[in-house]
Design a protein around this ligand. Structure first.
Ligand code: UDP
Length: 375
């Protein structure tokens, strides 16, 4: 029986980047993955010649040149720039909140000075209500940041759909992810590097795992690998943090997303990759038109059909795929206790969104692995 330097549980970006670095360092690695395919949630399925982001839209963005150069050394990335549109009861607004949004929301606003004045006016009630203290929850934070019109049309109901909780029960930092800009700029991300792997995310995963032994359809917990010390010197675990400890401190909550994907018999369905639906009128949070991530200009029309996915955010139940850690007080406190246990696990590295119960984007996950010394 071969003895591995690392047994890696899970083939998402943490596991596959780790496998790549370990292989480069001359280590012997086995990756096991419970799904029938590799790549975790960045895995894409080809439908009508279009790469469909099966587990939700993934747009790579970073300010870290080392990370950008690293992923581009595996596969070249295109120049996709994410400019989502919000649909509130048929009114269309550019995101993130910028001069285009403000002018659409308040047609009398044409300049940054007018926008600032309008927003100050919109925020004044919420700021006064705080009486000098810091915002304590997402509702207070958003109202103090952009004021009531934007909060009620573009944030409140979308956030409630996404998280299944009142904005008053969610932490402030979720909304701090969204930039507010006094310029006409619909680029969702502030980062200087952004794009999608040319040929799709599977190319990135294939490149990272080239020459690495992988087994799909193997659930760590129901397999012989549970006794990993028989097989490897170290374990890299990227599954759910609480599951590793057999839920002994209690279960962590997750949000998950269900997708309704269909083929539309038209080359261009919504004219944009991402349209957010920000009112309760629609049960889905967003509609993704996948071809716009990788096809531009005439290419869109050269491909006669299109694939769209509606995203429904729901509470996680056993058997579903966990997506987002829930950042409320109970879960944060529980995750902290689990992380203490994780630190005491000899020879085990916990990685990724699930293994750390943290709301990471893709680039920071890769960055973490690149920063590990002596893999
Ligand atoms: N958000 C919102 N309206 C939108 C888009 C986002 O209110 O149209 C809020 C929502 O609370 C969400 C947060 O901003 O949870 C972060 O959104 P982002 O798109 O960054 O989340 P992702 O889905 O990428 O994790």
């Amino acid at each position: 029986m071969p003895h591995y330097d690392y047994l890696i549980v899970g083939s998402g970006l943490y596991g596959t980047t780790f496998a790549y670095k370990a292989k480069q360092a001359g280590k012997k690695v086995l990756v096991i993955e419970k799904r029938p395919h590799l790549g975790g949630n960045v895995y894409c399925e080809s439908i009508e010649g279009i790469n469909v982001h099966k587990y939700g839209a993934h747009i790579f963005h970073t300010n870290n040149k080392e990370v950008w150069d690293f992923v581009n050394s595996i596969v070249e990335f295109n120049r996709y720039t994410n400019c989502p549109v919000a649909n509130y009861k048929g009114e269309l607004y550019n995101l993130p909140f910028n001069m285009n949004t403000f002018n659409r929301m308040w047609p009398e606003v044409h300049t940054p000075i007018q926008a600032k004045k309008k927003i100050d006016d919109q925020r004044s009630e919420a700021v006064a209500a705080l009486g000098g203290r810091e915002p304590q929850n997402l509702a207070e934070q958003a109202l103090c940041l952009v004021g009531k019109d934007i909060f009620y049309k573009l944030i409140k109901e979308y956030t409630e759909k996404q998280w299944g909780r009142s904005c008053k029960d969610l932490p402030t930092f979720i909304i701090k992810r969204l930039p507010v800009r006094m310029i006409f700029d619909n680029n969702y991300f502030n980062d200087c590097y952004q794009g999608i792997p040319i040929g799709g995310y599977n190319k990135l995963i294939e490149g990272l795992l080239e020459g690495v032994e992988c087994k799909t359809g193997v659930n760590f917990f129901n397999s012989e690998y549970k006794d990993w010390k028989n097989y490897a010197s170290k374990l890299v675990y990227t599954g759910a943090l609480d599951e590793y400890f057999d839920y002994k401190l209690g279960k962590l909550d997750w949000r998950t997303v269900n997708f309704k994907t269909r083929v539309e018999n038209t080359p261009n369905y919504q004219g944009n990759a991402v349209v957010n639906y920000t009112s309760h009128d629609e049960l889905y949070t967003r509609v993704i038109e996948h071809k716009h991530f990788e096809m531009f200009g005439q290419e869109v029309y050269d491909c006669p059909k299109t694939v769209v996915s509606e995203e429904y955010s729901t509470e996680y139940e056993e058997g579903m795929e966990p997506y987002y850690p829930v950042n409320d007080d109970r879960n944060n406190a529980l995750a902290k206790e689990y992380r203490k246990l994780a630190e005491k696990e000899e020879g085990v590295i916990f990685g990724g969104r699930l293994g750390q119960y943290r709301y990471f984007d893709m680039a920071p996950v890769i960055e973490q692995v690149l920063n590990i010394e002596n893999i």
